[in-house]
Design a protein. Sequence first.
Length: 118
Amino acid sequence: VQLQASGGGLVQAGGSLRLSCASSASLHSFNAMGWYRQAPGKERVLVARIIDGGPTNYADFVLGRFTASRNFAKNTIDLQMNSLKPEDTAVYYCYADQLFSGSKSDYWGKGTQVTVSS
């Protein structure tokens, strides 16, 4: 499975960006998928996680501003980011996992840089 994230860039505070993660495998094959981010000098943290057949969970710091979704026609996992803040500056990674016979396989995209200027 390969995941390829795109859509990052430089934006002013208050602006919007849309990230997209293209998957080489069908989205229907994933148990969970979503986005993490890692700011300089900090650990990678969850941003949004879509559970197949279940809810979408968001980190408190993006609640109400970011929306994660799946596009089955394009086979992408998307992240719409609105009202961006300088503290949202980070490398954003898409993520997916599969469950087979009780074991879990994790997949990560290479990341896309998001920079929010004040």
